[in-house]
Design a protein around this ligand. Structure first.
Ligand code: APR
Ligand code: PHB
Length: 389
């Protein structure tokens, strides 16, 4: 088989890239290790920056998001000093869209189907070859048969555990990492959201977040020790702990119900540089991981796709190599901004096991400053709603 761009991974990064390239007349083949059902069963964050919203619209897959997504103008923060709201729209003129990543992925699949794009599922043992030369190729196994795809470029959109990043020699790569000493226990429930907007809570017992998917589907998280397992947390224990950490104004009236999904996720900040090696381009979680506190994971994948789609369209349709030459630097500049912001939200809102009394006082003053200062709220609003691509 021959294509211009072989895309490894059918997560949001791979599907959105494929969609934008196909629309511009660049041929793609997407190789995904899992089944489509498996990809669509993953539950992840649900807040889209406005630039992500616009990119999804430009890709021709924004209709359902525009009908069913909920634009939010701000969010609540709950701290030792009380509850306050940051009004994103007032502070920086931008909003975010609350719309689940699972729905984004479904819309991308539907859009890919509509244009007849090639997505090969259950592609095993994907291996990337000759990335330093002019004629890269990808080998994979499907149903016991070995297949080869010749291509001009490879986009590594295969997430943190994929094959693309490890294909770049260790001597070329530099990894930067911070692992946080706690996890998030997340619950999805068929209940109305606790509030009209998201609530991020810093509490002596640990961080909590009240989020939502729609009028009758809520997503909640609490900070837990990394040693905890899902079995340690009955639904009743989860609701009781969540209510302790949320402001009583919301906790007292909050509707609870059976969990329909419950999982624990570790938190990490990770960046691998460079994001290009020869004809291989890393995009999305294959190059970086953010802690979920600022909901930047999917949005960073979208900004990478923005730079990479422009670069590959220039190279494949006009022989213009400037975009592919600057891709790594362009994408990383924005990645590090989102790294900084999600690190800041994480360190400002969680209780660290080794937090000294001094650290505690500094954290309280940070949040107190945010509560009082228009400038601090503008900085948060600008970063939360997303810096421009
Ligand atoms: N071969 C083929 N496919 C692979 C391989 C491989 N060796 N390894 C991983 N994959 C697939 C995974 O099964 C997954 O479907 O690559 C896809 C990567 O998707 P995501 O992990 O969703 O990563 P990305 O598309 O970069 O999304 C970034 O979305 O999923 C979230 O947490 C993620 O918020 C982040 C954002
Ligand atoms: C979510 O809805 O799952 C969500 C929202 C905001 C975050 C993280 C997760 O910061």
């Amino acid at each position: 088989m021959k294509t211009q761009v072989a895309i490894i991974g059918a997560g949001p990064a791979g599907l959105l890239l494929s969609q934008l390239l196909n629309k511009a007349g660049v041929s793609t083949v997407v190789l995904e290790r899992q089944t489509r059902e498996y990809v669509l069963s993953r539950i992840r964050a649900g807040v889209l920056e406005w630039s992500t919203v616009e990119l999804l619209r430009a890709a021709g897959c924004g209709d359902r998001m525009d009908r069913e997504g909920i634009p939010h103008d701000g969010c609540y923060l709950s701290t030792a000093h009380g509850l306050f709201r940051v009004d994103f729209k007032e502070r920086c003129g931008r909003q975010v869209m609350v719309y689940g990543q699972t729905e984004v992925t479904r819309d991308l699949y539907d859009a890919q189907d509509a244009i007849g794009a090639t997505i090969i599922h259950e592609a095993a043992d994907v291996a990337l070859h000759n990335l330093g030369g002019d004629a890269p190729y990808v080998i994979y196994q499907k149903d016991g048969v070995t297949h080869r795809i010749n291509c001009d470029y490879v986009a590594g959109c295969d997430g943190f555990h994929g094959v693309s990043r490890p294909t770049i020699p260790a001597s070329v790569r530099r990894d930067y990492e911070r692992v946080y000493p706690f996890g998030w226990l997340g619950v999805l429930s068929r209940t109305p959201p606790a509030a009209d907007e998201l609530i991020y809570a810093n509490h002596p017992r640990g961080f909590a977040l009240a989020s939502m998917r729609n009028a009758n589907l809520s997503r909640y998280y609490i900070q837990v020790p990394l040693s905890d397992t899902v079995e340690d947390w009955s639904d009743d224990a989860f609701w009781a702990e969540l209510k302790r950490r949320l402001p009583s104004r919301f906790a007292d009236t909050m509707k609870t119900g059976p969990s329909i999904e419950k999982s624990i996720a570790p938190l990490r900040s990770f960046v691998s540089e460079p994001m290009r090696w020869g004809r291989l381009f890393l995009c999305g979680d294959s190059a970086h991981i953010v802690p979920p506190t600022g909901a930047k994971g999917l949005n960073l994948a979208a900004s990478d796709v923005h730079y990479l789609s422009r670069a590959l369209i220039g190279a494949c349709t006009a022989g213009d190599l400037s975009g592919i030459d600057s891709y790594s630097a362009d994408a990383l500049a924005r990645v590090w901004q989102a790294m900084r912001f999600s690190w800041w939200m994480t360190t400002s809102l969680h209780r660290f096991p080794d937090q000294s009394e001094f650290d505690q006082k500094i954290q309280e003053s940070e949040l107190d400053y945010l509560a009082r200062s228009d400038a601090a709220q503008t900085a948060m609003a600008e970063n939360y709603t997303g810096l421009p691509f």
